[in-house]
Ligand binder design. Structure first.
Ligand code: PMP
Length: 405
């Protein structure tokens, strides 16, 4: 297989052209945007800005066509069976809130159980918790193994409690570990559970195939797939989306309204109240079309090379406490310098224009389990280079010297 041309890829990003001094390793928080995305969003606002679905004029028709084409781009990217199974929303958080709200009002009953895992992002914990307490639904949690992978034996045992919903992340946003989602879906379905996958980190690692994966819901945010912020996708199978009570109500999602009664629009519009993020959807579609010009296998190989170099370098630095495993890892490494505060380490890196994230990464239950106050997180994207890896390693070495002197 020919190798990935990282320099050509990197040239697509104005950020790296204009500020080459930055080593950007905060990709799990958000990615930089290629020019193709910036151009698509700018073009929308400059040339045919108008609202969708309701205008008689040509501008609105053009905006509607492009917005609906964006739905189609997303549907074929994740191989959804139907266009109406793609619901645009503001991001993974909004999508998970919609699913939790929707299922709590229709499917779940007092005494029912839902199953989450120890490494979930708060966005896949709190929306459930908000309603569980009120509706008397019980949350069970799958623990981790000593090497911080999901404990599949415990998962299978907890499935015996017959949860109505099983919701888990495709890839941990802290550790980078890739979950065995296909097996997890199969096992959950065998006990009749509804399956929800938080694909916020998974979407950029791999092009997920909804019909093959056969999960009921898969959610992600555009900004972690080189797209704009404020746009995200809630994928759901038709019959599951039909069961969701809308979390938002208003324009677009109705068929007819009177003070006596309201009837609702068909999918996907029933779950898309109000003016959608039109520019965001067009930008996300541009990101997907642009990304498809590259070979994902080459990108995965490139990122695993960066990861390998990073691990080799890290293990040679004394006082580094690595929390992530190097196997089944999508390119995210959580680490600490001895018991130094992660914010101090991140600040020393920042002084050398190396962008990493520090703290608990919206995963406090995971950090309680790991018994660490937090970590710094280095997350790699396709535009990162071996030079980025080496600069980060050198800066970490210097941080160790300063902090442990
Ligand atoms: N789940 C995971 C695994 C994430 O990494 C994130 C973003 N950090 C979210 C959910 C929430 O995504 P957003 O903030 O874009 O809604």
């Amino acid at each position: 297989m020919p190798t990935f041309d990282v320099q050509q890829f990197r040239q697509q990003f104005a950020f790296f052209q204009q500020q080459p001094e930055w080593v950007y390793l905060d990709n799990a928080a958000t990615m930089h945007k290629p020019q193709a995305v910036i151009d698509a969003v700018t073009q929308f606002y400059q040339q045919y800005n108008s609202n969708v679905h309701r205008g008689a004029h040509q501008l609105s028709q053009r905006a509607t066509t492009l917005f609906e084409q964006a739905r189609s781009t997303v549907a074929s990217y994740i191989n959804a069976q139907h266009l109406h199974e793609i619901i645009f929303c503001s991001g993974a958080t909004a999508a998970l809130n919609q699913i939790a709200f929707g299922l709590m009002h229709t499917v779940l009953r007092p005494g029912d159980r839902i199953l989450l895992t120890q490494l979930e992002h708060h966005a896949n914990i709190v929306p459930w918790q908000l309603h569980c307490q009120r509706f008397g639904v019980i949350i069970d949690v799958v623990p981790l193994t000593p090497d911080h992978q999901l404990d599949m034996a415990a998962y299978q045992q907890l499935l015996q409690l017959k949860p109505k919903v099983v919701s888990f992340s495709h890839i941990s946003n802290v550790l980078g570990h890739i979950q065995p989602v296909a097996d997890m879906v199969t096992l959950a379905k065998a006990v009749g559970a509804i399956t929800v996958i938080d694909g916020a980190q998974g979407i950029v690692y791999q092009q997920p195939d909804m019909q093959q994966l056969d999960c009921d819901f898969y959610v992600f945010s555009g900004h972690k797939l080189y797209g704009p912020t404020g746009i995200g996708v809630l994928y759901g199978k038709t019959e599951q989306l039909a069961r969701l009570t809308p979390i938002f109500a208003g324009g677009e999602m109705i068929d007819s309204v009177s003070f006596i009664n309201t009837t609702f629009n068909k999918l996907p519009f029933r779950l898309e109240a109000g003016t959608p993020n039109i520019a965001g959807a067009i930008g996300l579609s541009a990101a997907i079309e642009w990304l498809q010009k590259y070979n994902n296998q080459q990108i995965v190989q490139h990122k695993s090379l960066l990861l390998k170099e990073f691990y080799t370098g890290l293990t040679a630095i004394k006082a580094i406490d690595i929390l992530s495993s190097s196997v089944h890892n999508a390119g995210i490494v959580a680490l600490n310098v001895d018991s130094e505060h992660p914010a101090d380490v991140a600040e020393l890196l920042n002084q050398q224009q190396i962008a990493v994230r520090s703290g608990q990464h919206c995963a406090m239950p995971l950090f309680s389990y790991l018994a660490r106050p937090g970590a710094i997180r280095c997350s790699f994207a396709a535009y990162n280079t071996l030079d980025d890896v080496n600069r980060c390693l050198l800066a970490l070495e210097q941080a160790v010297e300063i902090l442990t002197a």
